[in-house]
Design a binder for this molecule. Structure first.
Ligand SMILES: Nc1ncnc2c1ncn2[C@@H]1O[C@H](COP(=O)(O)OP(=O)(O)OP(=O)(O)O)[C@@H](O)[C@H]1O
Length: 355
């Protein structure tokens, strides 16, 4: 079922949590709401679920007005960060719960409940745990059971609020892939909230980048990463070096190739988009090696130029082919940069690098 969010606003006292926000989610899409803490992701999810009422705007499900439809009537499945399984019920009973509490007329027969629950447990690959209790499961298993329970009532929309937030990195990664596969099989419109950019980029069909109650950009993972619409998105999705305008030599050329340079403009360059060499690079500039960090397959080189820090990422092979002791002077040159027009758009917390 499609979801349309039209001009939604929500205040808590004087605080504007959502500011005239609109978003269309076609049927079967998996959408990530991504943004820093407090940007309004959960509030938006709760409004879609019917657990919160907007001050203005409307929510449509399948083209039908649903803003004032009660949460129970919305056919929404919800999974939270902290798996709220019933401790005194077996895994089977947890998943069966939503079916058993239906009014008698709508309640499936015992045989049907059994068939549906076991089918879902197979889907989440945990049918062998049906008789266990939540305390006898790992965190990742509990979260999969929570998902099976949300799916048991055959929701039209699945909403997940930081579903893997409480789990360790390895389990998170496994569950991400698993959620993606499951979503492809079920084809339910799903919205999940995360503040983890890697999670959003890996799992979602589309990413909605939020900031302070509004949407900064909506796009495929590739679009938001490769063509960020604003300095905020650029900074939020991955590491970035920030440079003021009036760049020298090649830096200025890169700027011209991108967008027209304006006085006071800011250039953003990803660490892996900077060429580094020990020999002079035409149009490049020099910098001193301050630290070399080896992080898995990557080598992150921290450089200093006029007291400012510049980060460059190299493959291990490239780093090994260069001799990079601390203190060595090297040459750097950007392969590509993105220029935004005004200084006013500089993201908070990043000090622009001044030439
Ligand atoms: N019931 C409430 N009363 C007052 N303020 C609230 C309430 N719910 C949320 N807020 C405020 O609204 C803002 C958005 O909250 P929300 O939970 O939607 O953020 P979020 O993006 O999901 O953040 P996080 O990633 O930390 O969960 C926050 O500043 C929060 O303090």
């Amino acid at each position: 079922m499609s979801i349309e969010i039209r001009n939604i606003s929500k205040c808590f006292g004087n605080f504007v949590a959502l500011d005239d926000l609109s978003l269309d989610i076609p049927t079967g899409e998996l959408v990530a709401l991504l943004g820093p803490s407090g940007c309004g992701k959960t509030t938006l999810l709760r409004i879609i679920a019917g657990m919160e009422t907007p001050d203005a705007g409307s929510v449509l499900f399948g083209g039908q007005e649903a803003t004032h439809v009660h949460a129970r009537e919305r056919q929404v499945g919800f999974v939270f960060q902290h798996y709220a399984l019933f401790r005194h019920m077996s895994v089977f009973e947890n998943v069966a719960f939503g079916l058993r509490v239906r009014p008698r007329k709508e309640r499936p027969s015992e045989a049907e409940i059994r068939e549906r629950v076991m089918g879902l447990l197979k889907l989440v690959q945990l049918d062998w745990l049906a008789q266990r209790y939540p305390s006898q499961l790992s965190g990742g298993q509990r979260q999969r059971i929570a998902l099976a329970r949300a799916l048991a009532v055959e929701p039209k929309v699945l909403l997940l609020d930081e579903p893997f937030g409480a789990l360790d990195t390895k389990v998170r990664k496994e569950l991400r892939r698993w959620l993606r596969r499951l979503h492809d099989e079920m084809h339910i419109s799903s919205v999940f909230v995360t503040h983890d950019q890697e999670e959003a980029l890996e799992v979602a069909d589309r990413v909605v980048v939020m900031n302070r109650g509004h949407i900064e950009q909506i796009g495929s993972p590739d679009e938001v990463y490769s063509s960020p619409a604003s300095p905020f998105v650029y900074q939020f999705l991955g590491n970035v070096n920030v440079f003021h305008s009036r760049l020298h030599g090649a830096w200025a050329e890169v700027e011209r190739e991108g967008e027209a340079p304006a006085a006071g403009s800011i250039a953003f360059v990803r660490p892996h988009d900077i060429e580094l060499d020990v020999a002079p690079l035409a149009g490049g500039m020099t910098a001193g090696v301050r630290h070399v960090h080896r992080i898995g397959p990557l080598v992150r080189v921290e450089l200093e130029h006029d007291g400012e820090t510049i980060e460059v990422e190299l493959t291990r092979e490239r780093a090994a082919s260069l001799d990079l002791p601390v203190g060595r002077t090297v040459w750097i040159k950007p392969r590509q940069a993105k220029v935004f027009a005004t200084e006013a758009t500089a993201p908070a917390g990043k000090q622009p690098f001044l030439f």
